[in-house]
Design a protein around this ligand. Structure first.
Ligand code: TYM
Length: 342
C-alpha cells in the first residue's frame, strides 16, 4: 500500500479546527503580547484542539542568559495559565521537550530557500550592525514553520509582527505539497484588528517589546498595579488635545486601542466617549482600566509561580500530547520525502 493519505482520512473523520501559537521565553511578557496574542489564545482554546508552545529553542538564536532560561520558560508558561489557558482545554508545552520540532525544521529546510530567508525583516532587523549573527537566527522562520505545520494547524493567533513569518510557513507548506504530494495543511494567521500592534508608551513609533523597546514604555503583565498606572499616565502623546486617531497622533492612537481592549469597547466608542475631554482625564482613565484588566492575571500568576510542581505536571502532560501529534507528522513527512522506514 502507498503512503497513507491524509486527505483521504480527513474526508472520513471531520477535521477538528487546530489552533497553534508560540511565544518566546525572553524576559517577562508585556501588554503587547497580551493584547496582540495571549488573550486570543484564551478565546481560541475552544475552537477545536489548541496547542500553545513556549518556544525556548527560538530564544537561543540571539545572545541569552543560560542561568535564567529555565526560569523564564516557567514564567512564560505561568503567565499563559494565569491569562486563562486551562490544561484540560488546550495543550501547553515547551518546544525543547518535543524533538519533532527540531527534526521537522531540518526536513522543511530542504524546501526553504536562502533567498526567502534573507528577505525576512525580523532577520534583517536583528542582524543589522551585529558582528556575529547565529545560523539559528537565519533559520529561525523554518523552525517556526515546523512548529505550525507539524500540528496540521488551521489558525495561528499572532500579533501583526508575525505576518511575514506566517506567509513563509504557508509558502513552505505549499512548496512541500507540490514537490511531495498533498501532506501539509496551509495555516491562516489570525491577527486582531484592534491591538495587533501595541506601541511603546515612551516611543510610539516603535512596537512595545522587552528586547527592543524602552523599559518605561513597556508595561509588563505582572508589573505591580502602581507601576502599570505610572507607565500609562506618563505615556508620550502630542501637543494636541483631541482624543482621536490620526496623522502625528501615534501615542494617542495607541492609548485609544489599549483602552478599547481593556474596557471591551471599539476604538470609535472610546473616541466618542472622550470627545472634548482632553488628554489628562483620558490617560488617568486608561491607566485605571489597564490596572483592573491585568490585576486578576497578576494575582493568578503569583499563585502559579508559588507551585512549581503543578507547572511541571502541566508541561509534562502537554509535551506528551504534543509529541504524539507532531511525531506522527514527522513520520509522514519522512515517508513522503523517501526516507527508508525503520
Ligand atoms: P514573540 O515571543 O515575540 O511574541 C509572542 C506573541 O506576541 C505578539 N506581540 C505583539 N502583539 C502586539 N503588539 C506588540 N507590541 C507585540 N509584541 C509581540 C507576537 O506577534 C506573538 O504573537 N516568532 C514568534 C514566536 C513563534 C511562533 C511560532 C508564533 C515561534 N513559533 C509559531 C506563532 C506560531 C515570536 O517571536 O513571538
Amino acid at each position: 500500500m502507498g503512503p497513507k493519505s491524509r486527505a483521504g482520512l480527513a474526508t472520513v473523520a471531520a477535521h477538528m479546527t487546530r489552533v497553534f501559537s508560540g511565544i518566546q521565553p525572553t524576559g517577562q511578557k508585556h501588554l503587547g503580547n497580551y493584547i496582540g496574542a495571549i488573550r486570543h489564545y484564551v478565546t481560541d482554546q475552544d475552537l477545536g484542539e489548541a496547542f500553545y508552545c513556549v518556544v525556548d529553542l527560538h530564544s537561543i538564536s540571539v545572545a541569552y542568559d543560560r542561568d535564567t532560561l529555565a526560569e523564564n520558560t516557567l514564567d512564560t508558561a505561568a503567565t499563559l495559565l494565569a491569562a486563562g489557558l486551562e490544561p484540560d482545554r488546550c495543550t501547553l508545552f515547551v518546544q525543547s521537550h518535543v524533538p519533532a520540532h527540531s527534526e521537522g525544521a531540518w526536513l522543511l529546510g530542504a524546501v526553504a530557500s536562502f533567498g526567502e530567508l534573507s528577505r525576512m525583516t525580523q532577520f534583517k532587523d536583528k542582524s543589522e550592525g551585529r558582528e556575529s549573527v547565529s545560523v539559528d537566527l537565519f533559520t529561525y522562520p523554518v523552525l517556526q514553520a515546523a512548529d505550525i505545520l507539524l500540528y496540521d494547524t488551521d489558525r495561528v493567533p499572532v500579533g501583526d509582527d508575525q505576518r511575514q513569518h506566517l506567509e513563509l510557513a504557508r509558502n513552505i507548506a505549499q512548496r512541500f505539497n507540490s514537490r511531495y504530494g498533498e501532506t501539509l495543511r496551509l495555516p491562516e494567521a489570525a491577527i486582531p484588528s484592534t491591538g495587533g500592534r501595541v506601541m511603546d508608551l515612551q516611543d510610539p513609533t516603535r512596537k512595545m517589546s522587552t528586547t527592543g523597546g524602552t523599559p518605561g514604555g513597556t508595561v509588563l503583565v505582572v508589573d505591580p498595579p502602581e507601576t502599570v498606572a505610572k507607565k500609562l499616565r506618563s505615556a508620550v502623546t502630542d501637543s494636541g488635545r483631541e482624543v482621536r486617531r490620526g496623522e502625528g497622533k501615534e501615542g494617542i492612537a495607541n492609548l485609544i486601542e489599549i483602552a478599547a481592549v481593556a474596557t471591551g469597547r471599539s476604538a470609535e466608542e472610546v473616541e466618542s466617549a472622550y470627545d472634548g475631554a482632553g488628554y489628562g482625564q483620558f490617560k488617568t482613565d486608561v491607566a485605571e482600566a489597564v490596572v483592573e484588566y491585568l490585576r486578576p492575571v497578576r494575582e493568578r500568576y503569583l499563585e502559579l509561580r508559588a507551585d512549581p510542581a503543578h507547572l511541571q505536571t502541566v508541561l509534562s502532560a502537554g509535551a506528551e500530547r504534543a509529541r504524539e501529534v507532531s511525531g506522527a507528522t514527522v513520520t509522514l513527512i519522512k515517508e513522503r520525502m523517501g526516507f527508508v522506514s525503520e
